[in-house]
Design a protein. Structure first.
Lengths: 568, 311
């Protein structure tokens, strides 16, 4: 099994599609060949390709919710696949194979299940059906395109196990396309790293993760948080090169600390390091000599104040007729980062919205300092609104596309301060932007002229413009690539030090928590199941649910056998 | 390398890339999407033709009176006289110069329909966006109220109001505006509903922005493309309705020159003196075709904009 890793826009899905002999609309294969069992795909006719797909090569899509036809029963869809390829089979044989395929992925194979429609299944079940379809014709090669991206860790772990077992038992080669290094570390035998449309390094899993030689691979690994140990994450400076604006020479050189003149001239050729480990870089020896970059900030011990900034007391929340939060109690101290972790539907976002005044249908108390806050943000005092600031998950939606960055921040300033003159506001806007490491020229930009990471910085700058005491971060990095996520985490750590901020950090990513949080609250089904210091949660969790969550979270260190899985 | 430096480089590179990636001519227009749509729509032939017609007709309506050979109420020839050197398109049923009356008669149609469009658009946009933003009982009240207004056929509603209160021009403006408002409201509510769900609206709520500021400052700038199309469409309908009401005699009163009225006054003698009817019909027809072509171009430009993802 080969793991193909890359950030968004690196071309990994395009490679996966090419393996199926498919080119997305508007694209064309420029050259080269794809051989499966010695047959060159480019030489095949459309008809032969169609037979090949689903038969010899099959595909597990990213989002089963959209790839299964919502109007057809599960049984019908599976039968279609078999009818198209296993033409020699009789109807009875097909039904038998169909049931076998479902049993392989641990789904019920009785008639009631076959009569279901996709919407009657959970996300995990839908993905299993997609896997069953992919394996039904006993393919030689399977392309998995981020099949677990939308799933919770627990479901993800089970789906990954299924894929791994099936590949082993049926001797199927698999290309696993993913942006998640930890998943690839757990699954793949070999790993290839893509950057800007090129494979920059490939090799056996152990060597790739323990002794990477390409600067990009190395920095990528430094950007990934891991549940196995508290470590600082370091972002990669600069921007991924986009198609159309790729630099001359090595595509990575503008972001590379080893870049020399030769890197700017031509793309480096493949260097074979033996043991099937190949790198495309001119300076591999130097890379091997120097230690990887160290981050600063977020892991350092810092002073947590004794005074409570935010207290939530016996909070119950409803969403329409649904009871979503049960008896929540929590406290956030001065300069503390409290992480709220849970799978989707655990109520963590609802809790954050109750705190911020976006969800007012609750009973119980939300206290800011000594004051009990009213439910709706509108009925709260200006002071209370200023002190709690909210940063949204998706920076693509949280900034008004018709406002410049400067206008957005200036509005925040005038809302919460006695507005000075124009020059005064302009100066303060620049200050806010500098605080999040954006240049002041960004003030004249519109959100769609910025990358995702830059937008999230703007959103943070806007929140900080109010000079808050508590920053509520709702999955602030989940829409971003790992290298960008690392940079944002670095930034939040730095800001917390400088401004004495308290953070309420909501996430589903346990590894991220280990990096940033002081204390952790684990939630499921609207209840707090465990809370404690980060070290405690990761080394000696007491709740069954926490243990399960930890065991299911993929980890590079655990996969490599460097450490045993925490608490399992 | 310290963390700060690392991050700073990231930013500078990123902004450079952003500058290269976008066309500089549109920089200043990003915040004013409507200007951008207008500019794009001007690239389409239909918009140019439409705009040419509209400009011509507006020029006639505004400045025609200054080049008119006669006063609109002056008797210059025998009733229903044919074209002559003195009266270029002949005389109407009372012997007044058709051409002069035609040159005078466009102004009222134009300003009445413009005013009615403004009333309808402002009212409808306000109602639609407030309904979209409120998402509660207010939404229901406003939209059901809308449905009640919609259930009246426009012309009947106007005639009812005019016959009850009298043929006042301000009444015409208000009633025509009122018949537009519910239709505009419906469109704007639909466009607004999608925007309201986005996080930047919640971001504004969290910091306690006033409701009207959210509607006017956050919501309105994000629905400019349907708004532009609505303005054009409502203008087209306004011209038609205003002309129809004048024709029916509920608008301007004789002896004022007015296109709608001219058709009515001369319709009986159409076989003897067709010019007196044909000229105003041509004018009203051209004006509506013109505004419609412009609207169509704007709509196409706005759709292309949405598809291009450059929102």
């Amino acid at each position: 099994m080969l793991g193909l890793v890359g950030e968004s826009g690196s071309g990994k899905t395009t490679v996966g599609m090419a393996l199926l002999g498919h080119v997305r609309r508007g694209g064309a294969v420029g050259g080269g060949s794809i051989r499966i069992d010695g047959r060159d795909l480019s030489a095949l006719s459309q008809g032969d390709l169609r037979k090949l797909r689903g038969g010899t090569v099959s595909y597990i899509p990213q989002d089963p919710g959209t790839s299964l036809n919502p109007a057809l029963r599960i049984g019908t869809q599976l039968t279609e696949i078999l009818e198209a390829h296993a033409t020699s089979m009789t109807a009875e044989q097909r039904t038998a194979r169909l049931r076998e395929a479902l049993e392989e992925v641990a789904l019920p194979s009785d008639d009631t299940f076959l009569k279901r429609y996709p919407h009657q299944l959970s996300g995990g079940q839908q993905q299993r059906v997609a896997i069953a379809m992919a394996f039904a014709n006993r393919p030689r090669v399977i392309v998995c395109d981020e099949p677990t991206t939308g799933l919770d860790v627990t479901t993800q772990a089970r789906v990954l196990e299924t894929v791994r077992d099936l590949c082993r038992s049926h001797q199927v080669a698999a290309l696993y396309v993913s942006h998640d290094l930890a998943v690839v570390a757990e699954l793949a035998d070999r790993v290839a790293v893509m950057y800007a449309g090129r494979i920059v390094e490939s090799g056996p899993r152990e060597r790739m993760f323990s002794a990477p030689r390409h600067p990009y691979t190395r920095r990528l690994l430094r950007a990934v948080p891991d549940i196995a140990g508290k470590r600082t994450v370091v972002g990669i400076p600069g921007h991924a090169a986009l198609p159309g604006s790729r630099p001359e020479g090595c595509f990575f050189h503008p972001r590379c600390e080893f870049a020399q003149d030769d890197c700017r001239k031509a793309f480096p050729p493949v260097t074979d390091l033996g043991a099937a480990h190949q790198v495309r870089c001119y300076h591999i020896d130097q890379v091997a000599r120097e230690a990887p970059p160290e981050g600063a900030g977020q892991a350092d011990a810092h002073q947590i104040g004794a005074n409570v900034v935010l207290a939530v007391q016996s909070l119950d929340a409803h969403y329409g007729s649904r009871h979503t939060l049960f008896d929540i109690d929590l406290e956030v101290h001065h300069n503390e980062c409290l992480a709220l972790v849970g799978e989707s539907g655990s109520g963590k976002t609802t809790l954050a919205r109750c705190v911020a005044g976006l969800h007012k249908d609750y009973t119980g108390k939300v206290r800011l300092g000594d004051d009990v806050l009213p439910g709706a943000a509108r009925s709260r005092s200006n002071q209370a609104r200023r002190e709690i600031q909210y940063v949204f998950q998706n920076p693509y939606a949280s900034l008004n596309p018709r406002r410049t960055v400067g206008q957005a921040i200036a509005r925040q300033l005038t809302l919460f301060e006695a507005a000075g003159g124009r020059g005064e506001v302009g100066r303060k806007v620049s200050e806010c932007l500098e605080r999040v490491s954006l240049s002041s020229s960004a003030a004249n930009r519109f959100p769609d002229q910025l990358s995702g990471g830059e937008r999230q910085r703007v959103a943070i700058a806007r929140a900080l413009a109010a000079d808050p005491k508590l920053l509520v971060c709702d999955e602030v990095t989940s829409a971003l690539d790992v290298s960008v996520q690392a940079a944002i985490i670095e930034l939040l750590g730095k800001l917390r030090e400088q401004m004495g901020l308290s953070l309420l950090f909501i996430t589903h990513d346990l590894a991220l928590i280990r990096t940033i949080a002081d204390r952790v609250i684990v939630m499921t089904d609207g209840r707090i199941v465990e809370q404690g210091t980060t070290e405690h949660i990761f080394t000696a969790p007491s709740a069954e649910y926490t243990r399960k969550l930890l065991a299911n979270t993929p980890s590079i260190e655990v996969a490599l056998g460097n450490v045993t899985a925490p608490a399992s | 390398m310290s963390t700060d430096q690392t991050v700073d480089t990231a930013v500078d590179l990123g902004l450079e890339a952003a500058i290269e990636g976008s066309a500089p001519t549109h920089e200043e227009l990003r915040g004013h999407q409507w200007l951008w749509i207008m500019r794009r729509s001007l690239g389409l032939t239909r918009t140019r033709i439409g705009l040419g017609i509209v400009v011509l007709m507006v020029a006639i309506a505004l400045f025609g009176r200054f080049v008119a050979p006669h006063s609109p109420t002056e008797f210059v020839a025998a009733p229903n006289a044919g074209p002559s050197a003195n009266a270029l398109f002949g005389a109407d049923a009372l012997g007044r110069d058709v051409f002069s009356r035609w040159l005078y008669g466009g102004l009222t149609v134009l300003w009445l329909s413009t005013a009615a469009t403004i009333v309808g658009i402002v009212l409808g946009t306000a109602v639609g966006l407030v309904a979209a933003y409120s998402r509660n009982w207010l939404d229901d009240v406003l939209m059901r109220g809308n449905d009640v207004l919609l259930s009246f056929p426009a012309i009947i509603f106007i005639l009812l109001a005019v016959s009850a209160i009298g043929p006042k021009l301000w009444l015409l403006v208000i009633t025509v505006g009122l018949t537009h408002a519910p239709r505009v409201a419906r469109v704007m509510r639909g466009a607004g509903q999608e925007v309201v769900e986005r996080d930047f609206i919640k971001a504004a709520e969290v910091v306690g922005e006033k409701r009207w500021r959210i509607v006017a400052g956050e919501l309105l700038p994000n629905v400019t493309s349907p708004l532009l199309v609505e303005i054009g469409l409502r203008m087209t309908y306004s011209i038609g309705i205003v002309a129809a009401v004048s024709f029916l005699g509920f608008g301007l009163q004789p002896p004022t020159a007015d296109w709608g009225l001219m058709i009515n006054e001369n319709r009986l003698s159409i076989s003897i003196q067709p010019w007196a009817v044909f000229l105003p019909i041509l004018a009203i027809g051209l004006l509506t075709v013109g505004t419609n072509l412009v609207t169509d171009g704007v709509a196409r430009a706005a759709i292309g904009l949405d598809r291009g993802g450059k929102s």
